[in-house]
Design a protein around this ligand. Structure first.
Ligand SMILES: [Zn+2]
Length: 433
């Protein structure tokens, strides 16, 4: 009976022929759920346009030649973190538009190669779109996302994570726009020449003059400015000057969990008047203080044993990763439930309003999902939990995607993407270091 129910759920989300998938990649009704409410949630979920702000699957697409058609259920990345994404899981999730993260590490400030890395990542998105034309579309506008929903295809969007990628050149920024990049997270975890990162030593007291030029140019192009990962000062500096809505592509509310990756109340209020959106990250350490302290505490507690594993398996990465995973599994910790995500939704609704909340799960970029979730396929749980807490269908659809679409369309309108030239009157600045 349960298995039949699972299959029905997949069929409902796909809208077209069911892809071959194992039952393990399908969302099942939570044990204690009200069956009628669950069916109502699925109906809302499958009719919604759903946008997820951040997915790190391009990293294994580049580094491990991961093909999205491969079943990723129960598999682990080279670094030992579980896979959350594949085509069947995309279908089961109901997601309409996914931001493939063109992630460039702050390490490139030392090693060089930031732009090269971004190019490799962009190629991996294009390669997958070409491999799977029946399932994926390379979208770049709000209108294309709405059209993709009607075609029952997934929009594979792109956002750069880490402003290092432009190598201090507005020429490069424009070319990234031409290649399809529609947001840029100004930093990752390391401060750089024009913007300061969360949790790192500031280099610019926020956004430098060149950093402000980057924001102006992004506004002019219609590329969203992403304030996940930046310092609080940069968040405010961006909001002082941005003429378009600003997003936090994968962050939560600092008022619930005081983590620098989350957005403080004062910034939430400013995002409300800016028209922006905070897209909530699903990592338990960002969602919940107790989970964070137990995750960190376990790493400290197991340090000696983890060091020993490193030495023992120094020539065998797969064996090392598996041994580390087994060790952690033998020391279970508190991992917050998926309902904690909806606590963040409740909170941001209270501080900024329902129009400024979105989803930015960070699939394949985080070492674990909240309790009750195994991968993308479990996204309908969020719809169910919002419905259970009394959210209306309109409110749920705003959170799932309509808020992002509004902000994105507004950024396109500010840029006048239909009539402006990409080169246009753009600044010709480069920062020479
Ligand atoms: Zn991130």
């Amino acid at each position: 009976m349960k298995k039949l129910f699972v299959c029905a759920a997949i069929l409902a989300f796909s809208g077209i022929a069911v892809l071959p998938t194992s039952p393990a990649s399908a969302q099942t009704m939570p044990k204690d759920a009200d069956a009628k409410l669950w069916m109502k949630a699925l109906k809302i979920h499958r009719s919604a346009i759903i946008v997820d702000g951040h997915n790190d699957i391009p990293t294994p697409m580049v580094d491990e030649d991961f093909n999205l058609a491969d079943n990723s259920v129960g598999k682990f990345h080279k670094d030992g973190d579980p896979y959350h994404t594949d085509l069947a899981r995309f279908k089961a999730s109901g997601v309409t538009a996914e931001f493939f993260s063109i992630y460039v590490s702050g390490d490139t400030l030392k090693t060089g190669g930031a732009m090269h890395r971004a190019m490799d990542m962009i190629d991996s998105r294009n390669r997958e779109v070409e491999r799977h034309p029946d399932a994926l579309l390379a979208c770049a506008t709000a209108a294309e996302i709405r059209a993709a929903k009607k075609q029952h295809k997934l929009c594979a969007m792109m956002g750069i994570e880490g402003g290092y990628a432009i190598e201090n050149s507005l020429y490069a920024l424009r070319n990234f726009y031409r290649l399809g990049i529609r947001y840029m997270t100004l930093t990752h975890n390391v401060s750089h020449a024009w913007a300061d990162a969360h949790g790192d030593v500031p280099k610019n007291n926020g956004l430098s003059d060149f950093g402000k030029e980057v924001v102006h140019e992004m506004n002019r192009l219609g590329m969203l400015v992403d304030i996940s990962h930046v310092s609080e000062k940069v968040m405010n500096d961006v909001l002082d000057i941005s003429t378009a809505p600003v997003i936090a592509s994968h962050s939560g509310a600092r008022g619930i969990n005081d983590h620098t990756r989350n957005v403080p109340d004062a910034v939430l209020k400013r995002l409300a008047s800016n028209g922006g959106v905070v897209m909530i990250n699903f990592f338990p350490a960002f969602l919940d203080a107790r989970s964070r302290s137990e995750i960190d505490g376990r790493e400290i507690q197991l340090k000696n044993e983890l060091d020993a594993i490193q030495i023992q398996y120094k020539d065998n990465l797969a064996a090392r990763v598996e041994a580390e995973r087994q060790l952690r599994m033998a020391h279970p910790i508190y991992i917050a439930s998926y309902t904690r995500i909806v606590d963040h939704i409740d909170y941001i609704k209270k501080i900024a309003g329902i129009d400024h909340i979105g989803i930015g799960a960070d699939y394949d970029g985080i070492p674990m999902l909240p309790n009750g979730m195994n991968g993308m396929e479990d996204l309908p749980l969020i719809t169910y939990e919002m419905l259970r807490r009394g959210y209306s269908e309109v409110e749920i659809k705003k959170v799932l995607g309509e808020n992002f679409l509004r902000a994105f369309a507004q950024a396109e309108a500010v840029a006048k993407i239909g009539s402006r030239k990409i080169s246009g009157d753009g600044s010709l600045k480069r920062l020479v270091q």
